[in-house]
Design a protein around this ligand. Structure first.
Ligand code: GCU
Length: 359
């Protein structure tokens, strides 16, 4: 397997990534300047529910790497709205969609140091810094949506939200991101052998790269926003994601073969930086938690809807969908089983509990 580091050696991938990082930084600086300007113009104000002008006590940043109309972004907006309402305009949260504040991994890093206040992140961006969290995103772990929600909404989910404290992050709620499938541009993946010789983009996480390699592909870990052009130029032969991302990012236009194997369900989490959290009174903290949870329920509803419409849209656009037979899917599953040993040996009891919740 090529390590993430290898991709930094002057490859197209890294060059593009740097440009992306720079534009993220420039956008971040611009937003901070804007916020400072807002902070100085104290009387800019906003109106509370009684129509009186209110000056916010706090104006916070919230990073989101999806498009404006995407379910997670809409969940973020709902969260910001609820918080504003319930703090009577004293807390304002500014959502920056479309990865304007940078890619997911650097956003999480900035949150840990207090440079950004909130984000919604895929758990894959946390696995390399908190390996235990990989227990929730192993390939073929959940039998389906209900199984995953039973785990996340129960004691195990709460325990993992608490684990994020060790990264100086406070985890507020779980967001849905459905199941992920492979998609390719040159030829369909119909059986395990078809992965041979294919360069498949994965999320930038050791577990995800290992998964693609275990199936026989060459893993190319790459930032989300660069996948479209990498598919278009042939830098990669395929990628993997859920239906809404495949549709929203336009990947279906450049990789029309989809293999429905639902290899992972990668939960997503809403986070606030510990240093931001510590500035808030217990009352404000309680409001933030309750609004995050409500926004998550809203996001789950939007998600279920968008999963269907995204699939319909890409099918109508001419995507070729391969349904794996039960036997072939079992071969995929068997191929990645060594990863359970590699990533779970310390947490066998926990993983058994997670599996048992789906039986
Ligand atoms: C999903 C997820 C994103 C993530 C992306 C990826 O779309 O919602 O947060 O960045 O997968 O594949 O990187």
């Amino acid at each position: 397997m090529r390590s993430l580091h290898d991709y930094g050696k002057g490859s197209f991938v890294k060059r593009k990534k740097k440009v992306n990082g720079m534009s993220g930084i420039v956008a971040g600086i611009f937003l901070l300047m804007l916020l400072m300007a807002c902070g100085k113009t104290q009387n800019r104000g906003t109106e509370n529910t009684t129509g009186t002008a209110v000056v916010p006590e706090y104006v916070f940043t919230y990073a989101e790497n999806q498009a404006e109309d995407y379910p997670t972004t809409q969940g973020g907006y709902r969260f910001a709205e609820l918080v504003k309402e319930r703090t009577d305009g004293k807390i304002e949260i500014l959502i920056s969609a479309g990865a304007a504040l940078g890619d997911e991994i650097s956003v999480v890093e900035q949150l840990r140091f207090g440079g950004i206040d909130f984000t919604r992140a895929s758990l894959s961006s946390l696995g390399d810094v908190l390996p235990k969290i990989n227990m929730l995103q192993l390939p073929y772990l959940y039998t389906g949506r209900e199984h995953m929600w039973k785990v996340l909404d129960g004691e195990i989910g709460d325990e993992f939200l608490g684990e994020l404290e060790s990264l100086d992050l406070v985890a507020l709620s779980w967001y849905d991101a459905g199941a992920r499938n492979f998609y390719t541009s040159t030829k369909p993946i119909e059986k395990l052998e078809d992965f041979q010789g294919m360069k498949i983009r994965t999320q930038e996480a050791e577990l995800m790269a290992d998964m693609a390699e275990a199936l026989g592909a060459e893993a190319v870990p790459l930032t989300y926003t660069l996948v479209y052009s990498a598919l278009q130029t042939g830098e990669i032969d395929g990628a993997e994601n859920n239906w809404p991302s495949y549709e929203s990012m336009g990947h279906y236009e450049v990789a029309k073969y989809v293999t429905v194997d639902e290899h992972t369900r990668v939960p997503e989490v809403q986070l606030i930086s510990r240093s931001t959290w510590d500035q808030l009174t217990p009352e404000y903290q309680a409001i933030i938690r309750e609004c995050a949870e409500e926004s998550a329920l809203y996001e789950r509803e939007l998600w279920a809807e968008r999963e269907k419409t995204a699939e319909q849209k890409v099918r109508a656009a001419g995507c070729v969908v391969v349904q794996l037979s039960a036997e072939e899917k079992q071969r995929f599953r068997d191929a990645v089983m060594p990863l359970y040993e590699k990533y779970c040996s310390e947490y066998m009891e926990l993983i058994e509990k997670i599996i048992a919740a789906g039986e």
